[in-house]
Design a protein around this ligand. Structure first.
Ligand code: SF4
Length: 257
């Protein structure tokens, strides 16, 4: 069975060569600062949601920061080691905003929910992924939530163009749950002369059956392209602004010279 995820879909659409490095060659990824920070913050939020799901009190700001710091230690042997104190500072500021302003908005119902379902239109293929959390808001609505970390807020309407939301709504539909609302929560950290400051955004969006049908057509096209590439061994490089965050820059022929 061949697995396709939304993340893979995005990687393929951005640069087929990057997808090949990751999925076919399975090259080790060079550590990325933004990714390491995101993983640490996600780990802390996941721990908080799990604790609350088990009936324990919400984690304090200090406990969240300690969890993030512990996760960051996993990169202590990498090239990012000198940056770890700075990353811990950024994680701490983000998690203080999370503890004060985001945590009280939702009650977790499920945490890090994995999904996987077959794609009957594409025999031998399945779609897989993971949802950060299913939550109930203070109005009693059940929502899909996805946390993001970054140095910039989202542009106007970005949430309505984020195909990741369509993947999640489709996955819930496959599980027999009609949950058309997704809330992205960008947690934005920026530097100022006083140090780091953070803020959060709530980006709510909905998906319709038509959106899902369109997403399925994109999947059909990408699977066709992947199948063709596996025969021709043609995985073109698509250099662009996204190369700045590519973990394969040092071995990419498009970056040579
Ligand atoms: S550096 Fe750019 S062109 Fe090269 S694999 Fe990465 S994304 Fe593709």
């Amino acid at each position: 069975m061949q697995m396709l995820s939304h993340s893979q879909l995005e990687t393929w659409q951005t640069c087929p060569l990057r997808w090949k490095f990751q999925r076919v060659d399975k090259l080790p990824e060079e550590p990325q600062e933004a990714l390491v920070l995101g993983i640490a913050v996600h780990a802390a939020i996941e721990a908080d949601n799990r604790a609350r799901l088990e009936g324990q009190p919400a984690m304090t700001q200090d406990a969240l920061a300690a969890k993030a710091q512990h996760t960051l230690q996993g990169s202590a042997e990498s090239a990012l080691a000198p940056l770890l104190p700075d990353l811990a500072a950024r994680a701490g500021v983000i998690l203080s905003v999370y503890a004060r302003q985001v945590q009280p908005l939702f009650h977790p119902l499920a945490v890090e929910s994995w999904f996987r379902f077959d794609l009957p239109a594409h025999p031998g293929w399945a779609f897989t992924g993971r949802i950060d959390a299913l939550v109930q808001n203070n109005a009693g609505q059940t929502l899909i939530v996805d946390y993001k970390t970054g140095a910039r807020g989202w542009g106007p309407g970005h949430e309505h163009r984020a195909a990741q939301a369509t993947a999640y709504v489709w996955a819930m539909q496959q599980a027999g749950r009609d949950m058309p609302v997704v809330v992205f929560i960008p947690l934005v950290v920026s530097a100022s002369i006083w140090g780091y400051t953070a803020r959060y955004e709530l980006r709510r969006t909905e998906r319709t059956p038509e959106d899902i049908a369109l997403y399925q057509r994109v999947i059909a096209r990408v699977i066709g392209e992947m199948q063709e590439a596996s025969v021709t061994s043609s995985y073109p490089a698509r250099p662009g602004w996204h190369c700045r965050w590519c973990p394969y820059r040092s071995c990419c022929p498009a970056q040579a010279g």
